[in-house]
Design a protein around this ligand. Sequence first.
Ligand code: ZN
Length: 392
Amino acid sequence: MLEIAELPVVDAHCHPFLNPGELSVEAFVDLVALGGGSQRFMEEGGLAFTSAVRTELQRVKRDTVYFRRLVRDLAAFFGVEPELDQVLERRNAAVRAGYRGYVGRLFRDAGIVTLIADMGYPQPPVDLATFRREVPAGVVPIFRIEPLIARLLAEDLGWPEFRRRFDESIANALQRDGYRGLKSVIAYRTGLDVSPLSRSPDQGLMAYDGVKRGLGGDAMKRLRDHLLCRALELCIEYDVPMQIHTGVGDVEINLPYCRPSYLMELLRFPAFRACRVVLVHSGYPYHREAAYMAHVLPRVYCDVSEGIPFAGHAAPALIREVLEMAPLSKVVYGSDGFALPELNYTAAKLAKQALGLALGQLVEEGMLSKTEAEEAAWLILAGTARRLYRLD
Ligand SMILES: [Zn+2]
């Protein structure tokens, strides 16, 4: 086991959150479990939300290994028994005494110094200035292209104007508003099987015309594919990384088309090779594909968010498996935290434990020296993200 508890952490993939105030046990469970919104999801399926159903959904969320671990981490932080009501009592008292101070204590304990935040979730967006005021850590915003696409589609624009506004909005975000990269969740929409030939201007024009005329078919997919290609070109132009969601996510994911391997043809295409691309979540559970791509494509990176923390005890194996092929300097830590800082906290604690175990084992097996393993831990937790997002 490598001793890395004191290392600083850059959380390279997470989402902004605001102070929700004091929380009931039920509200806390709803906010920190994957599968938020399950009440609406079930209601829309015709299920009446009785108190029995409410109890059932709460139990489902509390019965993951991830959730149990979260409670244990917070119990240790507060020095109480690992019982959710005791943890919540202490948490609410800490929030009452001052939210920013509480977040600061959590982040200091886990070593979290910087959050690289995809501002595209939640929607409507969290105000960046307020987020920065409430969180005592560096905040580096990332600009998600899908809300922009939705906004432009809602206006009745001609194609040249749509394209001009798309480019202009991204330019403003990156040059004026301090965003340090772009993000796409096309894996939640039409899938990752994006042909590099989608970059042709005529594909954009034809697809947009099809969408506007309500033709259906694959017009929307061809439009999204075209705009992803354009976003990659803009990332090259402005020299910022592109984050692409890969692998599983919430219930809306396009599950058959979320595998990183669907991106291979796009990312090895000559015009896109120069783009620095982060395969967000390393495509979990297809993380070996993402690791391979980080191996053979010089500017493709993996992050280990979402698998850590939501796959619970998978964390050490996940790190070991990603490092089978991905270079030590091309893997970044992230939490995929959202809604509450407790999520960023438990993810960082788990990642440090998992890195200590996985890298420690590589030292025991004679694969790395202790110094190399320590350097790898520093790179994964902070160093590579600092370089990638130019934090120095
Ligand atoms: Zn995310």
